[in-house]
Design a protein around this ligand. Structure first.
Ligand SMILES: [Zn+2]
Length: 634
């Protein structure tokens, strides 16, 4: 059933980050690309926020800092220099990036600033070697029209991307790769005026189209990341950070509304049951004895390692931990997320899901006794070191306290199925301070007017033109417009002479399907795609062969298209050879044709295409084969 979002009072705002495909990074001359080989350089740093920053730092990062976390940075020479390593001041701001942001901003009717001031925003999770992220506003107060509704654009800014995690935390060391650090990002923020999940997705798509029309964006997964701010009355403002798939926006918003509505109901029901904040205490009982003969593997292992089993009682919480908030996500899941995050444990056990995991009815009874829990209480326990277990249970009790008040404010991360998980507490508003190493950049009226005079075609105009000029149906035209390849689509049509529908279907549906099958489509260069279609246009390979050639090239990066075609045996055969081969198939199957007449055609076509897939156009094969069968039947 469709929820009534108007009645619920949903408000959504979006922040879209898109990497720009400039010739160099934002503050140095390194290439804005990622490397996958072993790093040439590594260096170790320690998280060390300065005193003045502590008042406003992310509490989660501060927690890591207290635990003495170290960071191992990885780099290579092509993608990083002394600037990324914070050994040399940043160079001047990349004007190509400024121009790209201005282009998108003007298309959204935003007002350019007269002077660009680079600012620093404190970040101490180690993703920036400097301890801050550089950002600058380029234009303010724009608007776009999405399905007849005006959506305010608060600002279009330019930021440096952060380093990326490269592997799991090993002990107290986090690994970051600094190739991504300094890649220019455009940030576009809308006002919180979006009222439904569907509308959120439409707005995200509309902004995505404008950004791509600049022709200066990096393609592929991870190149676009969206933060979604979602709030409902009596709920909380929740930030969902880093969603990479535009197609998931609607679902993520829908699930977050469900989650908040359920948390509000839980708080009401808990108060009816008499659950109270002062009854929730950080008092843990050691329940090792309860499990001394347990069949539960996790607990067994902990006991073998001489670790502890600690339990906590949550008065009045029985039944609430299994309450489903959104598909597959329960209040117990949220407590487990917190326990993992703050306590570094693998997970938690709780009485709402027991007996299970090898834990018996008798053990549950003894657990309740040991924790002095009544029938109305829930009991949560963990098996780990004393320090981790205490940290984990403290986080569980904290989450239980928050459940009494409804929805806790936090930053969440998206899961692939559209649900979300705890990421960290919401940091206070980041205070910005000026980047003194970079002088302000004037944005002259002449510069703006020059850009305004050459703005790209607006997406709605382009949609109309795609339909008219290439005779694409509405659905396919929209898919091309929303695709990362809409510019390349037109180039390929102009130089290859292949039918626009064929190219459009490949650029949208086929590439999407390949990606789903884990083919690394982003490794195929524009030049390679153009060459493949040129061969199709020249009749050297069949259009059916394109998919296989592209999949092969993605696995054989240094090889040419000619090699792909040869390796796959996909050279088109000449019409003469084709006729000969089909004649032979008709001869070989004379009996079948005599018996079934024209009904034999389907079977014959199957045999023919088994031999000819990728080497001949299916329509041509069908035409010649039909003629030959008819001839035979005369
Ligand atoms: Zn550099």
């Amino acid at each position: 059933m469709e929820a009534d979002y108007q009645k619920i009072g949903l408000k959504v705002g979006l922040e879209i980050h898109q990497q720009l495909n400039t010739s160099a990074k934002l503050f140095c001359n390194c290439k804005p690309t990622l490397f996958k080989e072993e790093p040439e350089v590594t260096f170790l740093r320690r998280l060390r926020p300065t005193q003045s920053e502590l008042g406003q730092v992310d509490p989660a990062a501060y927690f890591e800092f207290q635990k003495g976390v170290k960071i191992l940075y990885e780099a290579n020479r092509e993608t990083s220099c002394l600037v990324e390593m914070d050994e040399e001041p940043p160079h001047a701001l990349n004007l190509e990036a400024v121009e790209t942001v201005l282009t998108a901003a003007l298309m959204m009717n935003a007002k350019p600033v007269s002077e660009v001031h680079v600012m620093r925003k404190t970040v101490i999770d180690g993703s920036n070697t400097t301890g801050f992220q550089r950002t600058c506003a380029i234009a303010l107060n724009g608007e776009i029209l999405v399905q007849d509704k005006t959506i305010p654009i608060q600002h279009a800014s330019l930021e440096e991307d952060a380093a990326r995690k490269s592997g799991d935390k090993e002990g107290r060391t986090i690994r970051y790769r600094i190739d991504r650090l300094g890649i220019p990002l455009i940030e576009v923020a809308t006002g919180p005026v979006i009222k439904t999940p569907r509308e959120a997705e439409e707005v995200a798509l509309a902004i995505g189209r404008i950004l791509r029309s600049t022709g200066k964006v990096i393609r592929g997964l991870g190149s676009i990341r969206q933060d979604i701010n979602i709030s409902i009355p009596n709920g909380a403002l929740i930030e969902i950070k880093g969603l990479q798939e535009l197609e998931l926006v609607s679902l993520v918003v829908e699930y977050e509304v469900q989650r908040q509505l359920n948390l509000i109901r839980i708080s009401e029901e808990l108060s009816k049951k008499g659950a109270k904040e002062d009854l929730l205490r950080d008092e843990f009982s050691n329940v090792k004895d309860v499990f001394k003969d347990t069949k539960c593997k996790v607990v067994q292992k902990a006991l073998e390692k001489k670790q502890e089993v600690l339990a906590v009682r949550l008065p009045g919480f029985k039944g609430f931990l299994k309450w489903e908030l959104s598909p597959g996500l329960r209040l117990g899941t949220e407590m487990a997320d917190r326990a993992r995050f703050w306590g570094r444990v693998g997970g938690i056990f709780h009485t709402d899901e027991l007996p299970a995991y090898g834990i018996t009815v008798e053990e549950v009874e003894n657990l309740r006794k040991s924790a002095e829990a009544s029938d109305e209480d829930a009991v949560v326990f963990v098996a780990d070191t004393l320090e981790n277990s205490e940290d984990a249970l403290r986080a569980v009790v904290e989450r239980a306290r928050e459940a009494l008040g409804g929805v806790p404010q936090e930053t969440r991360a998206p899961n692939p199925d559209g649900t979300t998980r705890y990421m960290r507490p919401r940091p206070g508003a980041a205070r910005m301070y000026p980047e003194t190493d970079i002088p302000p950049v004037q944005v002259t009226r002449e510069f703006v007017e020059e850009i305004r005079a050459h703005l790209p075609e607006l997406p709605e105009k382009k949609l109309e033109r795609l339909q008219k000029e290439y005779k694409l149906n509405d659905k396919l035209a929209r898919q091309v417009l929303n695709s990362e390849y809409s510019e390349l689509f037109e180039i390929i049509i102009k130089e290859s002479n292949v039918s626009p529908t064929t190219v459009a279907a490949f650029m949208t549906e086929t590439l999407k399907a390949l990606r789903r099958d884990n083919v690394a489509v982003e490794k195929i260069s524009d030049g390679q795609l153009r060459d493949v279609f040129k061969l199709v246009g020249e009749g050297k390979i069949a259009k059916e062969a394109v998919t296989d050639v592209v999949a092969w090239l993605s696995k054989n990066e240094d090889k040419t298209i000619q090699e792909a075609v040869k390796e796959l045996g996909m050279q088109s055969i000449s019409q003469g050879e084709l006729e000969k081969l089909l004649a032979k198939i008709v001869e070989d199957n004379e009996e079948l044709i005599n018996k079934r007449g024209e009904d034999s055609f389907g079977a014959l076509m199957g045999i023919a295409m088994n031999n000819l897939r990728g080497k001949a156009d299916a329509a041509l094969v069908s035409k010649i084969l039909k003629e030959k069968v008819k001839e035979k039947l005369k």
